[in-house]
Design a protein around this ligand. Structure first.
Ligand code: CA
Length: 223
């Protein structure tokens, strides 16, 4: 899952990026409203953490512009503790949730997880397909209850497909959501990672849909 952080405070931004990366997300960071708006407008993010007090364009205006342009990704706003009017303006502009500063990183991470799984239509932090289970909270993967060790890219790949279980996901979409903006993107490498992931899972859940992409779904019941 790919996340955009728009925050002008360099310390908070650094902490946010590090904590989100630790959770296995790909993270892009913008330090003002203009850059943040541009990235959110042109890149496909699964969620955005948006500070409201930003240089050049304020957070509420950034959010309004995205929503007017039809950008639907879930957005968590960061507000000042005592500014209830900021929260109202943020929700009216199209925010999905908020955290007031100063915040506990654990709470922010939990809210991001909740946004991601709600937008994918899941009710709990544990995602499963057949015998494969992915706990988005601990970032652990098991198959039939046995832990499976994945590299960070394999984990991101599986997490994205898990959040879009049953849907066909194209290679281009995977490249867009698994790498950050600075990465030298080559959609051919996805094939290699899918192969490795399939081998590590050892069960038949990751299907190649010829000419279209990949689909994670329950193993076919043997007739
Ligand atoms: Ca700020």
């Amino acid at each position: 899952m790919r996340i955009l952080v728009v925050e002008d405070d360099p310390d908070i931004s650094r902490q946010l990026v590090a904590a989100l990366q630790d959770q296995g997300y790909v993270v892009d960071a913008a330090k003002d409203g203009e850059e943040g708006h541009y990235l959110g407008d042109t890149e496909p993010y699964d969620a955005v953490v948006l500070d409201l007090g930003l240089p050049i364009i304020d957070g509420v205006s950034v959010l309004e512009k995205w929503r007017r342009a039809g950008r639907k990704m879930p957005v968590l706003i960061l507000t000042a503790r005592d500014r209830w009017s900021d929260k109202v303006a943020g929700f009216d502009a199209g925010a999905d949730d908020y955290v007031a500063k100063p915040f506990h990183m654990e709470e922010l991470l939990a809210r991001v997880r909740a946004l991601l799984r709600r937008s994918a239509g899941h009710a709990t932090s544990e995602l499963s397909v057949g015998p494969v289970m992915l706990d988005t909270k601990s970032a652990r993967v098991t198959v039939n209850g046995m832990a499976v060790k994945l590299t960070s890219l394999e984990f991101r790949l599986l997490a994205y497909l898990m959040h879009h279980k049953g849907k066909v996901v194209s290679r281009t979409e995977l490249v867009d959501h698994l790498y950050d903006q600075d990465f030298d993107r080559d959609s051919n490498t996805i094939e290699v990672f899918v192969g490795r992931l399939r081998k590590k899972l050892g069960v038949d859940v990751l299907h190649t849909i010829r000419g279209m992409g990949y689909c994670l779904s329950e193993p076919d019941n043997a007739a």
